[in-house]
Design a protein around this ligand. Sequence first.
Ligand SMILES: C[S@@+](CC[C@H](N)C(=O)[O-])C[C@H]1O[C@@H](n2cnc3c(N)ncnc32)[C@H](O)[C@@H]1O
Length: 205
Amino acid sequence: MDHFATVPTGIGGRQVKSIKEIMRASAELNAEGVHIGGSDRESNHSYGDAYESLFPDRSAIKLVMEVGVADGSCLLAWRDIFPNALIVGMDIHPSDKAHGERIEFHIGDQRSKDDCERAAAGRQFDLIVDDATHLIVDTLLTLYWLWPSVRPGGLYVVEEWPSPDPARITTLWPQVEIINTVGPFGGVEPLVIFRKSYTGKWVAD
Ligand SMILES: C[S@@+](CC[C@H](N)C(=O)[O-])C[C@H]1O[C@@H](n2cnc3c(N)ncnc32)[C@H](O)[C@@H]1O
């Protein structure tokens, strides 16, 4: 699938900032353009266009969770990207900027079922993003525990998939979507997307 074929230019006909622009603005760079703080999604990585291709109507997104939020700048970016969404963050460390309108933050360990379920609180998310330890066991356990909290039709996205060969994921989940982004330093960085079907199975109908 060509994920970048239908990058939208706006929400409901209005021109809005692209996801890439919002992510770029959420990074703090030094005079040499090196990432020194904030969210690194468009400084150390290039995930903006990939996310843009996943959300043709950003205004429809109501509930988002990110696991691994650093200083919380990524939560503020999601809030700008999804103007009608509550943004829930969880991190093992406190987070300076993870507060304010439409932001909810939980201290929690992705390796703990209880912490994952406490943060999800029985809700159904349009999008859950894992950008925490990037260790394969943690990644798979968190996916397993939070999968029931993805709404039918929703997405569970893993950044920096912890495997040298992400294509092997398709052995377990044949219809998993992988968007190969090219990072700013030239390497290919796969974004791994689990799309929940409307029947609640692992893959799309
Ligand atoms: C790559 S950084 C996240 C970057 C952030 N998403 C952004 O866009 O700027 C990884 C984060 O995962 C958090 N983390 C590490 N181990 C964790 C764990 N076991 N459970 C939850 N968060 C963890 C770290 O504290 C750190 O903030």
